[in-house]
Design a protein around this ligand. Sequence first.
Ligand SMILES: [Zn+2]
Length: 209
Amino acid sequence: MKGPDLLGILGSVLAISFLMGGTSTEPPTTSRYAYTSQSATKPTTSNTTNNVDIRPIVNSINTFYSSTVAGYIPPKVSIFNSSINSSCGLVYEVAVYCPADQTIFIRASIAEDLATRGFPNNESSIYYVIGHETGHHVQHILNRSITEHGADCLAGHSARTASFINIEVMANTAYSVGGITRSPYGHGTKSERKSLVLRGYNGTFASCF
Ligand SMILES: [Zn+2]
């Protein structure tokens, strides 16, 4: 449910919500989209805040889409600790896009979470995660099908103007996140996810749909 606990950032204004974690394991009641398959296993709760400033990443992606997508409205971004309620149910994954809230939810411990799962945790990798979720937002506001393949492609595409991103590192993160087979949610295999990021980076916006 949308409520005052959904602090978010719009544009460059950062608000951080350090809510205590919920204990519910209820499945989501509404579709929401994570950068990787939505696991029933909650990541290790971290009470530490990381020192990764995601604002340059968020601002870069929003600047890119503001100049390439007519009528683009940036998603709200909510940074949470442990878990948070949303219109899409309890969110506890590393990163989730909830269309009903037009909000990207990101764990404050995203860097540690990536490292814990054996994924890279540098700026280019975090860009991939946020770029993927913003890709879902673009799909949503354009009334296009919300697909995992398309979100990976859009993550790569939005990185075209992000000079601080190493596209090879980003593509290799997509490879690391990918599965041996496609996930039940449609996330690609390792080679698919890497090639989708590179397709978006090297191709047109339309090529991601
Ligand atoms: Zn996704």
